[in-house]
Design a protein around this ligand. Sequence first.
Ligand code: NAD
Ligand code: GDU
Length: 321
Amino acid sequence: MAILVCGGAGYIGSHTVKELVNTYDVVVLDNLTTGFEKLIDSKATFVKGDLGDQVVLDEIFTTYKIDAVFHFAANSLVGESVEKPLTYYRNNVGATLVLLEKMIEHGVKRFIFSSTAATYGIPNTDIITEETATHPINPYGRSKQMIEQILADMAHVYDFHYIVLRYFNAAGAHESGEIGESHDPESHLIPIVLQHLLGQRKKISVFGTDYETADGTCVRDYIHVTDLARAHILSYEGMADGRVANNVYNLGNGAGYSVNEIIRTCERLSGKQATIDYAPRRAGDPAILVASSQKINEEIGWKPDFDLTAIIASAWKWHSK
Ligand SMILES: NC(=O)c1ccc[n+]([C@@H]2O[C@H](COP(=O)([O-])OP(=O)(O)OC[C@H]3O[C@@H](n4cnc5c(N)ncnc54)[C@H](O)[C@@H]3O)[C@@H](O)[C@H]2O)c1
Ligand SMILES: O=c1ccn([C@@H]2O[C@H](COP(=O)(O)OP(=O)(O)O[C@H]3O[C@H](CO)[C@H](O)[C@H](O)[C@H]3O)[C@@H](O)[C@H]2O)c(=O)[nH]1
């Protein structure tokens, strides 16, 4: 039996594939819109194609014995989703529906979905649990919430089991140093700061200094990409054993760091000093997003191995290379 990884050429997908190939046969489906073929571990089988393409999906599901689908493929830039809502709904909802229909048609019963802290919108609490109400404030978050709702409806009527993983801020690189965060263009804080410290960007913009936080900059919960990858594998194994199914879990470290704290940690680990431009707020940024991951710890046995220093150290190793 094999696992189909949709979006396995992307940042989080490729790190998960690297962990999976140690134990499982893996097929990657990716259209390479934002991913890179070179990130896919050579032990995985790569199919270049779109998850909205029924012919490609029929071919995969008839050629390989797929036991589960890990679904990372999406457009995932908040700002872009506001500018291009139809692109986001077409890809994140429309293409995902084609995938889900094909799974039902071919009797593939297990699905792990990459959701996001963006489903919570601007939460009314500092530590977010899965009970916290979801009120996404942009098309990206809404597109993920829609799929979460569709999955719950499907599980009522089909022999179909799913787990939704709501990631907070993914960061860091694989310990092998072979793969790391590669978005083009890059919009995420840690790689931007490290690229600046390496002389690849003139300065860093800090978006907003007047938030209600200790130093006025936004606070986020950063989680190592390998910790995310392991959470997927534990979730899959829990589903395969019949221990867990049809549930939603947060994935974070449970610790919040401000933008200024991230920059200072990057400076410390690199031994270099940043040039900072204090800029206005970026639209759609909540002040504080910190996860409680107690539920996945108790029900699936997952806990993070990497703290902020280890996350940034791994990213620095990758970016300097
Ligand atoms: N990076 C984060 O901090 C973060 C946080 C929360 C949630 N997420 C979610 O995790 C997932 C992975 O994020 P990432 O940072 O690795 O993004 P990424 O852009 O690096 O990876 C997405 C991959 O999906 C592929 N893809 C997109 N649409 C496709 C389609 N229709 N058919 C086939 N392939 C397609 C892209 O080519 C790319 O390789 C996304 O669903 C994202 O919404 C990411
Ligand atoms: O050049 C930059 C880039 C980011 N930031 C700030 O740094 C923080 C983190 O920003 P990122 O862009 O790295 O991450 P986000 O918190 O915006 O987004 C992440 O978490 C979201 C959920 O909240 C989505 O899931 C999204 O896909 C994921 O990348 C934010 O306060 C942002 O304003 C800056 O100040 N300057």
